[in-house]
Design a protein around this ligand. Structure first.
Ligand code: MG
Length: 267
């Protein structure tokens, strides 16, 4: 009779819920993937956009030794200034994280594509636009942060000419089958002055001015190229990290482990 009374008042349900809630954390088994991961390497971060300990430094203000075809480029007050001809890295890169800072000439002269134009060609082929896009209209898929002729940036985060703009780029190289056909496209994520402008954008191919984009098979690693578009652009603090996925192997099938250490395979 008393139980009936409790049930009528809803106490039975409340008690069951309380008991389940209390018991659940104690009884929960731990899920284990069965993968033996290798210890992630320790990397010391750089300060204020500086190069982390595992980065390849491409320019730190001292010399242009990491670059070729840069005879007409010069260093002025610790800053790399573009000259005639595109400069490209001596080292080749595939998947990478690239940090680069750039500044457009001041006072600003010219307009549209003629004002503070350069470009960063990942793998010597795929251009993310560098342009003085501060109060300087041009076609949207050609403004700063655009993948040239493929997509505008999500937003325009360009600082005024003379100030420093920062690109942080995460690049996934395209892959090709042995017969030269595309296996997987290139992807780019980019931040401009800390603002996301490209979020895992899938590239349609290369980025020429005069025809649609297309993929042509190329090496796994290629140089990074900085464009000379006739404007004296300034660059500083350029570094790149090769990206490698975490390492591990499936040592056993996934399983659950309870707090007594008993293991149960996951079907
Ligand atoms: Mg350009």
């Amino acid at each position: 009779m008393r139980i009936e009374a409790l049930r009528r008042r809803g106490w039975g349900v409340t008690w069951c819920l309380l008991a389940c809630c209390l018991a659940a954390p104690l009884a929960a088994d731990e899920y284990l993937s069965g993968i033996e991961w290798k210890k992630p390497p320790v990397v010391t971060p750089g300060e204020q956009g500086g190069a982390p300990s595992d980065a390849v430094v491409l320019f730190d203000g001292s010399d242009l030794s990491a670059w070729e075809n840069a005879d007409n480029w010069k260093i002025v007050d610790g800053v790399m200034v573009s000259g005639r001809g595109d400069a490209r890295t001596r080292q080749a890169f595939g998947d990478c994280q690239l940090h680069i800072e750039w500044s457009a000439p001041t006072p600003a002269t010219g307009s549209g594509q003629g004002r503070g134009n350069s470009g960063i060609f990942l793998m010597n082929t795929y251009e993310i636009q560098v342009l003085d896009s501060f109060d300087n209209p041009t076609y949207f898929d050609g403004q700063a942060g655009a993948i040239y002729k493929q997509t505008p940036p999500q937003v325009n985060a360009t600082r005024p000419p003379g100030e420093w703009n920062v690109y942080d780029i995460i690049w996934t190289a395209p892959r090709f089958h042995e017969d030269g056909s595309l296996k997987s496209p290139a992807y780019i994520t980019a931040l401009h002055n800390g603002v996301v402008i490209l979020n895992h954008f899938e590239l349609l191919g290369d980025t020429p001015f005069n025809r649609p984009p297309r993929y042509q098979a190329h090496a796994d690693r290629l140089p990074i190229r900085l464009q000379d578009h006739g404007n004296p652009m300034r660059f500083r603090n350029i570094w790149v990290r090769e990206l490698r996925a975490a390492q591990g192997q499936q040592a056993r099938p996934p399983y659950l482990r309870n707090n007594q250490g008993q293991e149960t395979p996951i079907e």
